[in-house]
Design a protein around this ligand. Sequence first.
Ligand code: GDP
Length: 196
Amino acid sequence: IYHSASFLASASKLSNAPPDQGLEVAFAGRSNAGKSSAINLITQQKSLARVSKTPGRTQLLNFFQLDADRRLVDLPGYGYAEVPEAMRKTWGAMIENYLSQRQALRGVFLVMDIRRPLTDFDWRMIEWCAHYRLSLHIALTKADKLSRGAALDTLHKVRRELAGWQGPDIGLQLFSALKRVGVEEAHAVLDRWFEC
Ligand code: GDP
């Protein structure tokens, strides 16, 4: 189903979103973490997530249809320094509203740059997911930027930090859009959430 993904709609707020039916998985990440590249690799479409980078659409919820009952949702990236404070508040309200209200939402796939994992933004997402009882899976992407040993060290370090946190279990994996690492693992997580 991933390879047949196509752009469905953008929404500036939840009330403009497509009907809250079927199953959805949301992709989240700091700007530049590698979220678009991950979505493109997972769906094997070179420019699917480009839609979400179109000026004017970067602050929107972008919905991609997989089949009649399943969708991927690209959440607006976070962390551009130049984003004004007012916009940051709108961003937070929109994301939290989506996470808390959306019945179709099965899980959140959080993309982090392996060289900069667990930023304040990431912790906010982790806490929201725990609070709203949403499944969460983390992909440490750009793993190709580190040696195999250093990548595994970071994986274990992040796993330890998450284990020390009083929340539900969180999936964690290495990913590289450049080297095409971790796609099968990601598909397995999505299959589970999408009940494939
Ligand atoms: P987004 O803002 O989170 O959607 O990030 P993008 O997917 O647009 O990626 C940001 C930058 O990181 C781009 O220059 C990508 O080419 C690069 N990038 C993304 N994923 C990888 C990866 O797995 N390895 C490497 N080396 N670069 C990556």
